[in-house]
Design a binder for this molecule. Sequence first.
Ligand code: PAF
Length: 284
Amino acid sequence: MSGTLQIERTVAGVKQQVGEWKRAGYRVGFVPTMGYLHEGHQSLIARAVEENDKVVVSVFVNPIQFGPKEDLESYPRDLDADCALCERTGASLVFCPEVAEMYGEGFSTYVDMDLVTAELCGKSRPTHFRGVCTVVNKLFHIVMPDRAYFGEKDAQQLAVIRHMVRDLNMDVAVVGCPIVRETDGLAKSSRNTYLSDRERQAALALSRAIKAGREMIEDGETDGDLVLEKMRGIIEAEPLAKIDYVEMVRWDTIEIHHRVDCPVLVAIAVFIGKTRLIDNFIRE
Ligand code: PAF
């Protein structure tokens, strides 16, 4: 590393640095992450670097967005590699707090949301978005970004953050960025690292289903149920795959929708062995 990347572990340290940047008139971009960064995160950081004067990346595995039986303990971590990627992509500062720095003793304030969190991952992981909204809200207060960048791979999360920003009158522009895929189609994810070779092959059922669904709609199919039936068939043909959900929802409200007559999100969550993977496409 050349030493131009600033690493901060405290809220006070970030606030001081960002305060100086703001007083100097710099525009600040922000990429919140849970670390173990891959090319998907890198594309968000690169876009933020292009559109802002300074870029902050947070690396924090947020315990309150994991359910009791989920992979908090085993979630992959590699801070040195993350900092190296941030530095070579042009980020200015990495914020990597300990859990106690973010959730001090007696922490008891949460941000919750109805409607947009009722379906998809919000249904399968009931406390997940409360944890996401709470931490992103805190991070926005700490980093005070002009723009914040989120991947469309977590499409419901992107919709949830947009709603939170609107509902709570937050002064942040939320920028959605396209899914980055491996050459064989698998959407990049830190959780891909859990897959054995056989599971890695089986995981291609997700991107095959997404491609087939997208093509049906591009060819003019407007019956969402027919599209989902085709996609479920592709996933069910893979013995290692177990469907959590395959759904079509309105892109603005994330309510279940059956016709392609407005912008829709077609989203899937599938267990490959013990690993839960998600993928989607958006039809604007
Ligand atoms: O998408 C993620 O990695 C996380 O949900 C986020 C937005 C960093 C909040 O912990």
